[in-house]
Design a protein around this ligand. Structure first.
Ligand code: 2IT
Length: 439
């Protein structure tokens, strides 16, 4: 860690993600000298390569804008580089390196042959017109296409990148390459996309959380659930949790959260999805539309009493104080749906209180998992049905849960899911690296 801090000063999210993994795999590393002699850690913590590029585009008033674009190809020991593209003003090298590092372990957990990558830009989609989004996506792909391909690197969505953006990027890739292949996932259903991909992260997260409940002889029935965000992920969580008998009472945006005592339902979710398509804030208008809901400005939903908390927005959105507040309010489970949604302090507080805590790389792996299934379908030039995809997603999430139990169960029976997920992911990637020599 000291070495890495010297080499990459100030990359705090990246250093945070690496620190968490190294801490949990220490015992396995020490028991297996072959890892040390092949310098597996030193090789695994550095991305294979980083591409940064300039993205110039014209807005609707013909003003020129310049953004930074990135692709971090982190590790391809077990399969082609795979991971989303984040479009958000906060995007920088540290955030994308943390995401690429996490993705490597997450993808290993999915049971599919997928390496780890991440990309993105500091472009802010908020308030942009549809044509501005299109011009940006096309300009982004004008650089990115050089290093991606269906068997080398397969990008997908993340914060700020959904079906529409994938469409514009795919259109430009196809124009440049003259090939119709599964080079991106999250595609539209009638041009190579997979059923369930839009819902997959949220559905998979709920299946994983359900496994956590079941292993404690518990269920979602009658549980109060707090959720943050309402992007690509949170709506699938809200839909599936509601289906399984839980009540989702919060969603949130950058400027506050909604508390809806009656809980979200399919109609309210449809209303939110329609609003979201407009690129504008959706959280406060919800309170105007549904009088039973209140908008709490400037706050996070972790002050609301709940049985299960599912942070689903962005990194470090739940800190040590939030975790202590949740515990004081009687929380029974925390499932991190966002990537690294909880700070190290929050995780420590939850672990000390023996609250089952599922880390993002296990909980949200269903998204990239179904992306992997989209790649399989593209390669076969066949489509699976909803039931087929959903069954495979179910299977994936329960096998990830089993891996966490296998490697994370402590002497007193408490399951440290962070340790379990990190060790399971690490062993798979590290062993593949050993098999393939020093490259
Ligand atoms: O964080 C993630 O796993 C994603 N944004 C999805 C990546 C993917 O390739 O589907």
């Amino acid at each position: 860690m000291t070495n890495l801090e010297t080499k990459h000063p100030g990359e705090k999210e990246y250093l945070q993600a690496v620190h968490e993994v190294l801490e949990s795999i220490e015992s396995i590393y020490n028991e297996n000298p072959q890892y040390e002699s092949a310098k597996i850690i030193e090789r695994l913590v550095e991305p294979d390569r980083v591409l940064t590029f300039r993205v110039s585009w014209l807005d609707d008033d013909e003003q020129v804008h310049v953004n930074l674009g990135y692709r971090i190809q982190f590790n391809n020991a077990i399969g082609p580089y795979k991971g989303g593209i984040r479009l958000h003003p906060s995007v920088n090298l540290s955030i994308l390196k943390f995401l690429g590092f996490e993705q490597t372990f997450k993808n290993a957990l999915t049971t599919l042959p997928l390496g780890g990558a991440k990309g993105g830009s500091d472009f802010n989609p908020k308030g942009k017109s549809d044509t501005e989004i299109m011009r940006f996506c096309q300009a982004f792909m004008l650089e990115l296409w050089r290093i991606i391909g269906p068997n080398t690197d397969v990008p997908a969505g993340d914060i700020g990148t959904g079906g529409r953006e994938i469409g514009y990027m795919y259109g430009m890739y196809k124009k440049l390459k003259s090939e119709n292949t599964g080079v991106l996932t999250g595609k539209g259903l009638n041009w190579g996309g997979s059923l369930i991909r839009p819902e997959a992260t949220g559905f998979g997260a709920t299946y994983f959380t359900n496994e956590m409940l079941v292993s404690n002889n518990d269920s979602f029935k009658g549980k109060i659930v707090t959720v943050s965000g309402f992007g690509n992920v949170a709506w699938g969580v809200a839909l599936k949790v509601t289906e399984l008998g839980g009540k989702v009472v919060t969603i949130s945006g950058p400027d506050g959260y909604i508390y809806d005592e009656k809980g979200l339902d399919a109609d309210k979710i449809d209303y939110l999805l329609a609003l979201r398509a407009s690129n504008n804030d959706i959280v406060s208008p919800y309170a105007d539309e549904f009088p039973e809901a209140i908008f709490v400005p400037g706050k996070k939903p972790w002050e609301v009493k709940c049985d299960i908390a599912m942070p689903s927005a962005t990194q470090n959105e739940l800190n040590g104080e939030d975790a202590a507040q949740l515990i004081a309010n009687g929380v029974k489970y925390v499932a991190e749906v966002s990537n690294m949604g909880c700070t190290p302090e929050a995780i420590e507080v939850l672990h000390d209180a023996k609250i089952p805590f599922g880390p993002g790389k296990a909980v949200n792996a269903g998204g990239v998992g179904v992306s992997g299934l989209e790649m399989s379908q593209n390669a076969m030039k066949l489509n699976w049905t909803v039931d087929e995809v959903d069954a495979k997603l179910h299977h994936m999430m329960s096998s990830i849960h089993m891996a966490c139990i296998k490697f994370g169960t402590e002497d007193d029976g408490y399951v440290n899911y962070v340790k379990g997920a990190n060790i399971a992911g690490f062993i798979k990637v590290a062993d593949a690296m050993l098999d393939q020599g020093i490259v």
